[in-house]
Ligand binder design. Structure first.
Ligand code: GAR
Length: 205
C-alpha cells in the first residue's frame, strides 16, 4: 500500500477527483493526508468527510519561505509519502523542498506547457489567440511549471470563449488526466530517471 499526500490551497476539485478515483478503482494506495496552506480551503471539508486526515500549515504564520517549507515538510513526512500530489497548491516552493521530494512530487498546471506557465493561464491563452489549450501533469522541479512532463489533455478554444468557459472545459479534462497519471505512478508504470519520464502504456489504461 502506497501513501499519497495531497496539497491544496482552495477548492480542491482535482484532489476530489484523485480521492474518488482511488476509491472507485481500488488503487493499492491510501490518501494518507490532505494538507493546505490556507485554513479556508474548501477542499479540506471533502477530505475530512471521507475520513482522510487533514492539516493546515499556514504560510502566513511563517516569516520566510524556507521556514514555511520546512514546517510543511515535517507535516508531510509524518505521513511517510510515496507520492506528493500538488492539486491547486498555489505556492512557490524552495529548491530544498523540491529536492527532498525529487521524483515523487507531481503537479497539474492548467495549460499546455511549455506554453503559459504561471498564473492566469486561460486569460493568457485567450490573449495569445491559440486554437488549442489544455492541462499538463509534470514532475515538480525547482523551476516553476517547468518539470518533466508526464501527460497532457488538449481542448479546443472556441470563438466565443471567456476565461470561465475555457477554464471549465480544461478543468473537466484535469479531473480525468490527473487521477490517471497518479494511478500510473502508484502502479509503478510512471517512472523518472535522470530527468527522463517513462510511462509504461502496455496495459493501455
Ligand atoms: C486547477 O485548474 C489547477 O490546474 C490549477 O489550479 C486549479 C485548482 O483547482 N493549478 C495551478 O494553477 C498551479 N499552478 P482545484 O483546487 O479545484 O483542483
Amino acid at each position: 500500500m502506497k501513501n499519497i499526500v495531497i496539497l491544496i490551497s482552495g477548492r480542491g476539485s482535482n484532489m476530489e477527483a484523485v480521492i474518488r478515483a482511488a476509491q472507485a478503482e481500488q488503487w493499492p494506495a491510501r490518501i494518507a493526508a490532505v494538507i493546505s496552506n490556507r485554513s479556508d480551503a474548501a477542499g479540506l471539508a471533502f477530505a475530512a468527510k471521507h475520513g482522510i486526515a487533514t492539516a493546515v500549515v499556514a504560510n502566513k504564520d511563517y516569516a520566510t519561505r524556507a521556514e514555511f517549507d520546512a514546517a510543511l515538510q515535517t507535516v508531510i513526512d509524518g505521513h511517510a509519502p510515496d507520492l506528493v500530489v500538488l492539486a491547486g497548491f498555489m505556492r512557490i516552493l524552495t529548491p530544498q523542498f523540491v529536492e527532498h521530494y525529487a521524483g515523487r512530487m507531481l503537479n497539474i498546471h492548467p495549460s499546455l506547457l511549455p506554453l503559459f506557465p504561471g498564473l492566469a493561464t486561460h486569460a493568457q491563452a485567450l490573449a495569445a489567440g491559440v486554437a488549442e489549450h489544455g492541462a499538463t501533469v509534470h514532475f515538480v522541479t525547482a523551476e516553476l511549471d517547468h518539470g518533466p512532463m508526464v501527460a497532457q489533455a488538449v481542448v479546443p478554444v472556441l470563438a466565443d470563449d471567456t476565461v470561465d468557459s475555457l477554464s471549465a472545459r480544461v478543468l473537466a479534462q484535469e479531473h480525468t488526466l490527473y487521477p490517471r497519471a497518479v494511478r500510473w505512478f502508484i502502479e509503478g508504470r510512471l517512472t523518472i530517471e535522470q530527468g527522463q519520464v517513462h510511462v509504461d502504456h502496455t496495459t493501455n489504461q
